[in-house]
Design a protein around this ligand. Structure first.
Ligand SMILES: [Zn+2]
Length: 103
């Protein structure tokens, strides 16, 4: 269970979603990197939906939909697939998937 971010081999920047060029150094040497966990920095409750900013080590800061009880400072597992089991995970939709498939 993980989310794929982009790692710049020139400056070490970590990006999500994927870019053509690194926003920090302009480099094109970008490679995928799996990130399994992050720390919840902020929570926003929208009815029954909980959205969080989740900091990865050291980057990027991801926006995720949380499933399960979570508090600020908790470490959560990241996934790019919806998690129907009720386990506490942070869902980050992969870029390029039509909205209809995410509901
Ligand atoms: Zn870079």
């Amino acid at each position: 269970m993980s989310v794929t971010v982009q790692n710049c081999r020139t400056c070490g920047g970590q990006w999500f979603p994927a870019r053509l060029l690194c926003p920090r150094c302009g480099g094109a040497d970008l490679a995928p990197r799996s990130v399994e966990r992050g720390v919840v920095e902020q929570l926003t409750h929208l009815g029954d939906v909980v959205i969080a900013s989740v900091a990865c080590d050291p980057e990027p800061l991801l926006v995720a939909r949380l499933h399960g009880p979570v508090e600020v400072g908790d470490v959560v597992e990241l996934t790019d697939r919806p998690e129907p089991s009720g386990r506490c995970v942070a869902f980050v939709p992969p870029s390029g998937i039509p909205r209809e498939e995410l509901s």
